[in-house]
Design a protein around this ligand. Structure first.
Ligand SMILES: C[S@@+](CC[C@H](N)C(=O)[O-])C[C@H]1O[C@@H](n2cnc3c(N)ncnc32)[C@H](O)[C@@H]1O
Length: 250
């Protein structure tokens, strides 16, 4: 079955196809990549468990139109929430857009009596700075509170919705249970940093925060913040190379 010569040949062909694909991406997006640490690689890690997970797919079909996240990343959130969202604790999402991820976590953890907090400006991306090469402000300004309310109904669980620029928007009294699981998906350096530092005050030992946008082609600000976290001793931090940085509070 396993033939090293064939594998080496297949790898060479894959590399060629990958290079062509990356050129096509750049042509389509009218953007020429110059950064040396960015590129496209197709690795031989072909395990795609989300294709066969029945419960995940049932939940996915209910919330997919309320999220921009690809199936692979949603599966990471679903899978980690099962273990790390503790009973009687809080799940919070900063940058919820239409609320699909909050719905996914709520539907996957029905029996935990958790609080679900969904935060967004609902006017798009904010706090852009020189650390963000591509985002200029107001991107993704097409979501509104009523979208999240639709997901709340689908999930059949109560959500607390915080509208405005996080963390300035948050009223402390809304967080009544410790945060054990969080998703930060805000696209820019400053929003990612300020959101994380605020949540850190509420994180219990063993909490997991998923920082979305880490390594994304257009979200280098979030990547820069993620790299700053790597050297902090109070966290175990690992990228999954799907666009998420997994942060575990030690
Ligand atoms: C890429 S979208 C989020 C996608 C969403 N998590 C999903 O699953 O589809 C980024 C969102 O972050 C929000 N956002 C960015 N900075 C924010 C901040 N400081 N406070 C609240 N929301 C913010 C934007 O309004 C936008 O809706």
């Amino acid at each position: 079955m396993f033939n090293l010569n064939k594998v080496i040949k297949a790898r060479k062909r894959l590399k060629l196809v990958t290079n062509i694909l990356f050129k096509l991406f750049q042509i389509n997006l009218k953007y020429r990549e110059k950064r040396k640490d960015y590129g496209l690689e197709i690795n031989e890690y072909f395990y795609l468990p989300w294709r066969v997970d029945k419960e995940f797919n049932e939940i996915y079909s209910k919330i997919s139109q309320y999220t921009l996240n690809p199936t692979s990343r949603l599966y990471t959130i679903y899978d980690l929430s099962k273990k790390h969202l503790l009973p009687n604790s809080t799940f919070i999402e900063i940058g919820c857009w239409k609320g699909g991820v909050t719905g996914l976590v709520a539907l996957a953890n029905k029996d935990k009596f958790a609080d679900y907090i969904a935060c967004d400006t609902f006017t798009g991306v904010v706090k852009t700075s020189e650390k963000d090469t591509f985002f200029k402000g107001n991107e993704y300004n097409d979501a509104c509170v009523s979208d999240v309310l639709e997901v709340e109904e689908i999930s059949n669980q109560q959500f607390k919705i915080i509208e405005g620029i996080f963390p300035e928007s948050v009223d402390k009294s809304l967080i009544t249970k410790p945060i054990s699981f969080a998703h930060i998906d805000v696209d820019t350096y400053q929003s990612a940093k300020e959101s994380f530092e605020y949540l850190n005050k509420y994180l219990v030992k063993g909490s997991v925060v998923i920082l979305d946008d880490y390594g994304g082609w257009f979200t280098d600000g979030a990547t820069k913040f993620g790299n700053e976290l790597k050297i902090r001793n109070e966290f175990f931090v690992a990228p999954n190379h799907l666009g998420q940085l997994l942060i575990y509070k030690i």
